[in-house]
Design a protein around this ligand. Structure first.
Ligand code: FAD
Length: 557
């Protein structure tokens, strides 16, 4: 087959128009095009008056036509032989190696994909998750958001089956370019576990909260069907290390005192496992501070974003609710060198409480598959520098300074919210004017944050340099999205869990911890991924590294 990309058609076209466009573009004669398959479809909205759909297609062609096209379009980057992006396992459990049982910690996208790949290669991984299975976890988390249940530090938006991404928008794209075979593998496994097949062909696919819960159960079922095991309520509180100078991993200990022996451990605890990071630091596992960002969530009417992006075409069924991505590099005297960017934008979604610790308030966004809620929400965040963290660093614990920083501001927000998990909120005009919010301005956005808002001031909930940088960025963003700085846009704080504040260092090849053989740190918490897709891909890469190590006859264990 040949792959044709960048084929543009107007929004309102038929299937016949698409076929005619292929024929025209490649100057084919009738009978030469035997069929075509959609690879990706994206939207080109650079000209709002002429929004186009952009296709990437695999073409089945008559043999002579295929040869002719390859010659004629030899220098054309948009016509190429279809690449082979199939995923191929790197090893197979056989003989004595098959009896070795790798352990995976964390049932987030990284841990589930690591376990799934190991199981597909013939091992029987044991997966340990501190939280509950998704059904019970959903009852706890939604119960907390809706005021029916107390906050549970063991079962919430961060902890439990599916990890941090379970109650989310389920966006499945990454800022980092990845091997297409890995991307394809993740998306195909998600479809096999229950996701809509359209995620395979959309440029910016997303799953949505309730569908994600189904997919997560589907992934578990696939792991178990292959001989893997998933255990919930299994909180790993210590690594057991050998006595020798190598400190080789020998097992893990759970909160109830149970010890589980293993010599290959995939540790995928997510960015909120603060107690786990402290334990690893105490044991001397190699780690370093890592940049992260903090800020607020902003809500606008989704209709405002749709109008700005789609113009007259807003509401067209082929477009759906619009997304945005904004960046501003500050140049104001006080903020020079800082930047502000939109983070994890959720069209037609809700803002939710994403703390995993008592006495803290953390915001994030989620949506249903339909993205039909009234508001668009997005994080507006500012990167934090090592100098910003200096006041939070305790001697000998520099790698944990980011956690101390996050926790400090999350507690400030908890207190400003009234001390009952409501989030502090301020309308945009009041925020710009440094004035606590009392009365809603005309056309004020009705905030969606659960478990509720307390209006006042965001001053004191984040460092001044973060709030000032956001103040500088808002009018600039309004030039890109007219109305963005509307008086009644709503800011809710604080958005602190954007990525891990530290990195568990590992060897570039082999992916083992730098100083703890047998330990394979993985995913977002280990600082090697950001988002559902990249965490899942890191899980695959680490599973490959573990499999190669298990299958090597001369292992040092
Ligand atoms: P996690 O998903 O955090 O999973 C880690 C798991 O390990 C957790 O289940 C935790 O309970 C468990 N664990 C931790 N410590 C231990 C221990 N000591 N013992 C046993 N188990 C342990 N990303 C996107 O790409 N798109 C989105 O739309 C999106 N929306 C989001 C919305 C929300 C509300 C949140 C909170 C996050 C969102 N993210 C989104 C981020 C995304 O969820 C994470 O990047 C991703 O889940 C990271 O995967 P992970 O497997 O590395 O870690």
């Amino acid at each position: 087959m040949l792959r044709l990309s960048e084929l543009k058609l107007p929004l309102d076209h038929s299937a016949a128009d698409l076929e005619a466009a292929i024929t025209r573009r490649l100057r084919l004669v009738p009978g030469e095009l035997r069929g075509h398959h959609l690879v990706k479809r994206s939207v080109d909205a650079r000209r709002r008056g002429a929004i186009a759909l952009v296709y990437c297609l695999d073409l089945e062609l008559e043999a002579g036509a295929r040869r002719r096209l390859l010659r004629r379009y030899a220098g054309d980057p948009h016509l190429r032989p279809t690449p082979d992006n199939r995923y191929r396992p790197v090893a197979r459990a056989e003989g004595a190696a098959a009896e070795l049982r790798p352990v995976v910690v964390g049932a987030g996208p990284c841990g589930y994909f690591a376990a799934l790949l190991l199981a597909q290669m013939g091992w029987r991984p044991l997966l340990l998750e501190r939280g509950k299975a998704v059904k019970e976890r959903t009852a706890d988390t939604f119960g907390f958001w809706q005021g029916r249940r107390r906050f549970d530090p063991g079962s919430n938006a961060q902890f439990g089956e599916g990890g941090a991404g379970t109650f989310s928008d389920g966006k499945l794209y990454s800022q980092v370019s990845e091997n297409p075979a890995y991307i394809r593998k993740v998306l195909e496994e998600l479809v096999a576990a229950g996701a809509d097949p359209e995620i395979l062909t959309l440029h910016h696919p997303h799953i949505g909260t309730f569908k994600l819960a189904t997919v997560v159960r589907g992934l578990r079922a696939r792991i178990e069907a292959l001989g893997g095991e998933v255990r919930f309520g299994q909180h790993v509180v210590a690594l057991l290390l050998g006595d020798g100078p190598e400190r080789r991993l020998a097992g893990v200990r759970l909160a109830d005192g149970t010890a589980i022996a293993c010599d290959h451990l995939v540790l995928a605890p997510g960015h909120s496992a603060r107690d786990t990071f402290a334990m690893l630091h105490h044991l001397g596992v190699a780690m370093e501070p890592k940049p992260f960002a903090v800020g607020v969530r902003i809500e606008h009417p989704q209709a405002l974003v749709d109008r700005a992006r789609w113009g007259e075409a807003a509401g067209h069924p082929r477009l759906g609710p619009a997304e945005y991505k904004l960046v501003h590099h500050c140049n104001g005297e006080a903020n020079a060198g800082r930047s502000v960017y939109s983070f994890c934008m959720c069209p037609g979604g809700l803002v939710v409480g994403a703390t995993s610790e008592e006495g803290c308030v953390v915001t994030n966004g989620m949506s249903q598959h339909s993205r039909r809620e009234r508001n668009a929400n997005s994080g507006l965040v500012v990167p934090i520098t090592p100098e910003d963290l200096a006041p939070y660093a305790r001697e000998g614990e520099e790698a944990l300074a980011g956690i101390a920083f996050q926790r400090h501001w999350e507690r400030q927000a908890f207190s400003a919210g009234g001390g009952d998990y409501r989030a502090p909120a301020q309308w945009l005009e009041d925020f710009l004017e440094h004035r606590p919010s009392r009365e809603p301005p005309p056309e004020a956005v009705v905030g969606s944050y659960q478990p509720g808002l307390r209006f006042g001031s965001l001053d004191g909930c984040l460092p001044d340099y973060v709030l000032d940088a956001i103040r500088e960025a808002l009018p600039v963003f309004a030039r890109r999205i007219p109305g963005y700085a509307m008086a009644g846009a709503l800011l809710t704080g604080v958005e602190t869990r954007t990525s891990s504040p530290l990195r568990l260092q590992r060897h570039p090849t082999g992916l083992e911890s730098l100083n703890t053989p047998g330990l394979f740190p993985a995913g977002e918490g280990a600082g090697h991924a950001g988002g559902i897709l990249s965490a899942a891909i890191d899980g695959i890469k680490v599973a490959e590294a573990v499999a190669l190590s298990l299958a090597t006859p001369h292992r040092s264990t």
